[in-house]
Design a protein around this ligand. Structure first.
Ligand SMILES: *Cc1c(COP(=O)(O)O)cnc(C)c1O
Length: 374
């Protein structure tokens, strides 16, 4: 199909011209924060494995044992034959961890957000979305068919204005935000957002992908979703909520109903990781402490989470700095539009309990030299 290939090439050329083409780079992750790329050993500051649990011996053993006993795959949708015992055990533990009644595990965090919003809102309803929300929250909102309105990032006053403007014309209203924003590392003012939402009888869904295991203080939303693939070191997604809401999702969330259940190994690994996370407060405190060490060294605003953005501006400049860091032995990926707004390309630095202080200090010195902050 010549026209098809010509179409793809044309699109790729345009991406290339804007330094926006993406390429896969084979990466071998090792113990701790080790990673190898193109044959070079690196210290990774780009993994979301905030607690270093993806390589924890007990987490790996749990995955191996689950696969040996129950197979490599779930064998079907959870509503057919895929509801293996690790899923129910994981849901009980997640709900208890979050202090909510019930939980439902999805195939991934992305799939959770694709399913949750359309199960609660549709035509005639209203979805209010923080302007910096993750791509999968946007996708769920659009898929729902509800009216989608954004409010200014982390601005409860703007949310109140939008609700005052639109709430009365819609039957149900849903507010979507994140406990920790994935590309900025800042935290939502949740007490204020929840207060505003409640005043307008709007339900709040908080995406906790980057919060769990790292920053968990503050109020709970009635809908708390997240991923098993970051601090929990495994793969999969979840929603914690009341029993009736979880029961509704079990019947109505299409990205839950019409897809295969999470493999036994992934569920067992996440369950073991959650147990370790709960038992080891010192491990949980470390990523934020290291992130603050880094921001202090560079004179950046104090880190609010394990994620620290170092803004560069243009995509090519961010790529150049990332490449220079790689030559110095650090893996720090450049984040470009459309993942972040145009003109805000950045280095996204992610800290892990597995990092050593000396590694953080060495990265800070290298970043200072390359960005003219030294
Ligand atoms: C990573 C991420 C997701 C998606 O989770 P996966 O399990 O990787 O699909 C959802 N929301 C936010 C904010 C994320 O950063």
């Amino acid at each position: 199909m010549d026209s098809l290939d010509a179409f793809a090439r044309g699109k790729l050329d345009a991406l290339e011209a804007g330094s926006l083409r993406r390429r896969l780079v084979p990466t071998e992750r090792g113990i701790g924060a080790a990673a190898a790329r193109r044959g070079r050993a690196l210290v990774s500051f780009s993994c979301n494995d905030y607690l270093g649990l993806s390589h924890h011996p007990r987490v790996i053993a749990a995955a191996q044992e689950a696969a040996a006993k129950h197979g490599a795959g779930a064998g079907g949708s959870r509503l057919v034959t895929g509801d293996h015992p690790y899923l129910g055990a994981l849901e009980t533990r997640l709900a208890r961890h979050k202090g909510l009644d019930a939980a439902l595990v999805f195939g991934s965090g992305y799939l959770a957000n694709l399913g949750i919003t359309p199960a609660l809102a549709g035509r005639g309803d209203l979805v209010l979305l923080d302007a910096l929300s993750h791509a999968c929250m946007w996708a769920g909102a659009r898929l729902s068919g509800a009216r989608v309105v954004t409010f200014r990032h982390n601005d409860p006053g703007d949310l109140a204005d939008r609700l005052a403007e639109h709430r009365a014309d819609h039957e149900c209203a849903l507010v979507l935000t994140e406990r920790v924003f994935s590309m900025d590392g800042d935290r939502a003012p949740l007490a204020d957002i929840l207060g505003v939402a409640e005043a307008f009888d709007a339900w709040t869904l908080v995406d906790d992908a980057h919060g769990i295991g790292v920053v968990e203080d503050g109020p709970r939303a009635p809908l708390e979703m997240g991923t098993l693939s970051k601090a929990l070191g495994s793969y999969g997604g979840y929603l914690c909520a009341s029993r009736p809401v979880v029961d509704l999702m079990t019947s109505r969330a299409r990205s839950f109903v019409y897809t295969t259940g999470l493999p036994p190994a992934s569920a067992a690994a996440a369950l073991q990781a959650l147990a370790i996370l709960e038992a080891e407060p010192a491990r949980r405190a470390r990523p934020l402490a290291l992130a603050r060490r880094f921001t202090a060294r560079l004179g950046l605003p104090e880190a609010e989470s394990a994620v620290v953005p170092v803004l560069v501006g243009e995509a090519q400049a961010a790529l150049d700095i990332s490449e220079a860091l790689e030559e110095a032995g650090f893996l720090v990926v450049a984040i470009r539009p459309p993942t972040v707004p145009a003109g805000t390309a950045r280095l996204r630095v992610a800290f892990s309990a597995a990092h050593e202080e000396a590694q953080v200090d060495a990265l800070a010195a290298a970043v200072a030299a390359l960005t003219g902050r030294a």
